[in-house]
Design a protein around this ligand. Structure first.
Ligand code: MLT
Length: 394
């Protein structure tokens, strides 16, 4: 018996588990304190009524012999894949149903996709970024190189011809910095990947927050992307599905390496290791894409956007520099008076009872930064802004 020793190279616990443990220890020691949670990007508004009705109807169907369903297609029901394809159409992105794979969320697929790639690949990961990209590759023992995302490049690293990479992660709008690539910038990445035969793993989990013209919501808005990119998306942040679980991955038919279709490999992987998302959840997901569902989901997104504006206005008033908040639910702020983001985390928790995410948890370039989420409750967000003003106001 041999363990996977790569696991021993990981931090002892996952970033958000560490934060949850720290917060639990604090609340246990200070039960009288009202702690405001702006750490993990978890939604707080309920599912849209159209989604709930669809899931109730589906649950009723499951209770009747004639409409009961057992195993569904591992890649998702055609009704949901059609709804997803229709969602992309207005942006000029045409997808075939067999290019869409419904899953239980982007996080799982971002990790699982690595099954179809050799461990002897070099991966390029932006720094800072969502820790799952790094952790899943450490687990597999792959070589990781980093693309520095700093204030100097607007947290949007561009391809460097001197860097050799086989797999390239892009998260746009970015978690944690909130920076989002324009179509022109993404085109540079697509051309680079096609030139060197690399595959881009594009995480679009926050696409619904893009509000500025010219910014991409899908990498397939860029010519040539179908030849080099896999896109991951999720209803977690778009429609409050963090607890309901539904996402999708797009593997275009055009994407081949060495004459092998990646779509076929992923299909083989999914049919073997995944049994699909529950029928009830897929009916709920389908409802997100209806006119009614979309309108309701937009109402919730508007609340989160307002929260981001409240936090941004607070930091503006305090003269604390930040990015994000415009095309993203995250505010990426400098830690006033602190160079160590975990020390800042402890300070904010103890002095203002506000929880955020230390930038250092997203990579070395995240040191000195701190992430606040706009997914918290509206009242809590306003209160957190007031507490920041009290703590950092002159
Ligand atoms: C985050 O806070 O970065 C996200 O909630 C994590 C996730 O989506 O898995």
């Amino acid at each position: 018996m041999k363990l996977n020793h790569n696991y021993l190279k990981l931090n002892e616990s996952y970033l958000f588990s560490t934060i949850a443990k720290k917060v639990a220890a604090y609340t246990e020691a200070h039960p009288d304190k009202k702690v405001l949670r702006m750490g993990i990007g978890d939604v707080t508004l309920p599912l849209a009524p159209a989604v709930v009705s669809a899931m109730k109807r589906a649950a009723d169907e499951m209770g009747v012999k004639e409409t009961f369903r057992g195993y569904g297609p591992e890649q998702g029901y055609p009704f949901l894949k059609k709804a997803i394809a229709d969602y992309y159409k207005p942006r000029g992105v045409l997808l075939e149903e067999d290019e869409i794979f419904v899953s239980d969320g982007a996080k799982s697929d971002v990790g699982n996709i690595l099954d179809i790639f050799d461990t002897d690949n070099t991966v390029l990961v932006p720094d800072p970024v969502y820790p799952v990209y790094v952790d899943t590759n450490v687990m597999a023992g792959r070589k990781i190189v980093y693309a520095d995302a700093t204030a100097e490049n607007g947290f949007l690293p561009m391809p460097d011809e001197h860097t050799k990479a086989d797999l390239i992660y892009i998260c746009s709008p970015n978690n944690p910095t909130g920076a989002a690539y324009s179509r022109e910038q993404l085109a540079e990445w697509v051309n680079y990947a096609n030139r060197c035969g690399a595959v881009i793993l594009y995480d679009a989990a926050y696409e619904a927050f893009v509000s500025e013209e010219g910014l991409a919501r899908s990498i397939y808005e860029v010519d040539g992307a179908k030849e080099c990119a896999i896109e991951f998306c999720s209803l977690s942040k778009t429609a409050g599905f963090t607890g309901t679980r539904c996402g999708y991955t797009i593997v275009p038919r055009e994407l081949e390496r060495g004459g092998v279709s990646l779509n076929k490999l992923w299909l083989r992987r999914q049919t073997t290791k995944f049994n699909g998302v529950s029928y009830i959840v897929q009916r709920g997901a389908e409802a997100v894409f209806t006119k009614e569902g979309m309108a309701q989901v937009q109402e919730n997104l508007a609340v989160y956007r307002r929260n981001a504006a409240v936090l941004a206005a607070c930091l503006d008033g305090l003269g604390i520099r930040y990015t994000g908040g415009k095309n993203s639910p995250y505010i990426w702020m400098e830690c006033p008076g602190f160079s160590d983001s975990w020390a800042f985390f402890d300070h904010l928790l103890a002095k203002a009872n506000v929880v955020g995410t230390p930038g250092g948890g997203f990579g070395k370039n995240g040191e000195g930064y701190f992430r606040l989420t706009a997914f918290a409750d509206e009242t809590a967000t306003k209160e957190a802004a007031e507490r920041l003003k009290t703590l950092f106001g002159k």
